[in-house]
Design a protein around this ligand. Structure first.
Ligand code: PLP
Length: 387
């Protein structure tokens, strides 16, 4: 059909995960909140899944809150911690990195615009990293929550979360990290990271869409975003989606077991793309850090090339990639992430993200590199190329 090089957008589900889910879509359909045997069977499944996820994160089961995915986890983290800190210690200041996924960025903007929080963007360098020194300077006694993405979904850059979280901890400020891309590619044991809140989501590691979790360190002041029944410690009302939760836990366990092997292989493939592009395509620049980056992410800008035209041409030629930004194709606005890193608008409009996964082969990438080379040359508008 087409060669899939967009594993940062989503991944295909592992067959073993579907097999685990099927009984809960069929005969084991009970509501985990019911007291009878049907409910108990569903509840056992949920609690077993929670224990398995907790084991992978190195936390206690009751610190895992199941959600509908990354966006909801980010919302619960930011809104819940912001209002929780306002409630418990009248804190009103939000410190957010400017290279976040929209689920964090727009939530922070909304908290500022509609709920009166004072929003401060942390500085980032031209590789998209937040420095511990800058965080140390910005954090205040009335800071409610700090949020810094772990592995960047657009440009792949990895932040040194343990160093940043240590500063938050010294100052007693809740620290959240969006680990949607990092999970099962980078270490996510919560005590090694030192974070209070961590967002994870199954469809980025070969699990089902529509399910994720928020790790909540016990004692973190957090208000519910969705009220109703007392599911998930009262933090997330609603009948559990048993099959998705079971699938999530199984996908997490499988991906953690093969994490090292996968990451090594992804990194080899990633470097093959990066070297191939930078060596062969004039006017190509890597975005994000060369080595401190997600193992599966290669991202670029091509001077004088329109990123959306490039994506469309690649799609026609049988290669599925992304511009990297959360915006849909057709949106002429450059990525907020690239602008926050100080990139000029013109250049930022020429972005391309290539992300590899379990099904990617080196042969596919060789074919891709040849096609990409010719396409960039064809599409390039006749402007001067500065080296
Ligand atoms: C995919 C992603 C999200 C959103 O997760 P959904 O489960 O699709 O809602 C949030 N943050 C990052 C970094 C992501 O890659």
């Amino acid at each position: 059909m087409s060669t899939y090089l967009d594993y940062a957008a989503t991944t295909p589900m592992d067959d073993r995960v579907l097999d685990r889910m099927l009984p809960y879509l069929k005969e084991d359909f009970g509501n985990p909140s019911s007291v009878h045997i049907w409910g108990q069977r569903a509840e056992w499944a949920i609690e077993e899944a929670r224990e398995r996820v907790a084991k992978g994160l190195g936390c206690r089961p009751e610190e895992v809150i199941f959600t509908s995915g990354g966006s909801e986890s980010d919302n619960l983290a930011l809104r819940g911690a912001a209002f929780g800190a306002r409630d418990t210690r009248a804190a009103n200041h939000l410190l957010i990195s400017p290279v976040e996924h929209d689920a964090v960025r727009k939530t922070a903007l909304e908290l500022a615009e509609r709920h009166g929080f004072e929003l401060e963007w942390l500085p980032v360098d031209n590789l998209g990293r937040v420095s511990p020194n800058d965080l140390r300077k910005s954090v205040r006694s009335d800071s409610a929550v700090i949020s810094v993405i772990y592995g960047n979904n657009e440009i792949g850059t990895v932040n040194s979360i343990p160093d940043l979280a240590a500063i938050a901890r010294e100052r007693n400020v809740t620290f959240h990290s969006d680990a949607l891309q990092a999970t099962c590619q980078l270490p996510t044991r919560v005590d090694d990271l030192g974070i209070d809140l961590l967002s994870i989501g199954a469809h980025k590691f070969y699990g089902p869409k529509g399910v994720g979790a928020l790790y909540v360190r016990s004692g973190t002041p957090l208000l519910a975003v969705q009220t109703g029944g007392s599911q998930e410690q009262g933090l997330r009302a609603g009948t559990h989606n048993v099959p998705l939760i079971v699938g999530f836990a199984h996908a997490h366990e499988i991906a953690l077991a093969r994490q090292e092997r996968d990451a090594d292989r992804f990194q080899m493939l990633r470097d093959h793309i990066i070297d191939g592009v930078l060596d062969r395509i004039p006017g190509a620049r890597l975005t994000g850090h060369r080595t401190e980056r997600l193992p599966n992410n290669a991202s670029f800008v091509f001077q004088g090339v329109d990123g959306n035209s490039l994506l469309a041409a690649l799609d026609l030629a049988g290669f599925a990639c992304s511009s990297g930004s959360a915006c849909k194709t057709g949106d002429p606005e450059p990525s907020e992430v690239l602008l926050a890193m100080g990139m000029e608008r013109e250049l930022a409009l020429g972005s391309l993200r290539v992300t590899v996964g379990r099904q990617t082969t080196e042969a596919e990438l060789d074919e891709f590199l040849g096609v990409l080379h010719d396409m960039v040359i064809d599409l390039r508008t006749p402007v001067a190329i500065t080296a």
